[in-house]
Design a protein around this ligand. Structure first.
Ligand SMILES: [Zn+2]
Length: 135
């Protein structure tokens, strides 16, 4: 039964996808997402990752980039704002440099300039005239 539930969820998301493409103002994609989520809860099936990023967790509206969701990259996070209810979803994105505020308190992001200068040893200039000359 769990296998059937997974298939049903995949079907519903496929329906939501095609419906949102073919009829931009159709209310059905949101309905399909709601059904898929209910099936997932009923049979304790986790929605696959690719589906979980396609809807609003607040109002179950199907997310279409630029139309029902706005995505911005900010400070190493991907911030998705639902344009139906205004809920936001923040996620770290791969490859992003950790933002200073994300570091544990007290940790320094980089060595202080004074420490860097202390690490550089002064080289003794070699004197080319000190060689023993043939005379
Ligand atoms: Zn929403």
């Amino acid at each position: 039964m769990i296998r059937v539930a997974g298939e049903r969820i995949a079907d519903l998301f496929a329906l939501a996808e095609s419906e949102s493409v073919n009829r931009p103002n159709s209310p059905y994609p949101n309905r399909y997402v709601g059904l898929a989520r209910r099936i997932g809860m009923r049979y304790t099936v986790r929605l696959p990752t690719e589906y979980r990023e396609r809807y609003c967790r607040q109002c179950s509206s199907f997310w279409v980039e630029g139309r029902t969701v706005r995505t911005r990259l900010r400070g190493g996070h991907r911030v998705q704002t639902c344009l139906s209810c205004g809920a936001t979803r923040r996620q770290r994105y791969r490859g992003g440099r950790p933002v200073p505020s994300a570091l544990p308190t007290g940790a320094t992001a980089r060595p202080q300039p004074a420490e860097v200068m202390a690490d550089i040893e002064e080289e003794e200039p070699s004197d080319p005239l000190s060689e023993d000359g043939e005379e």
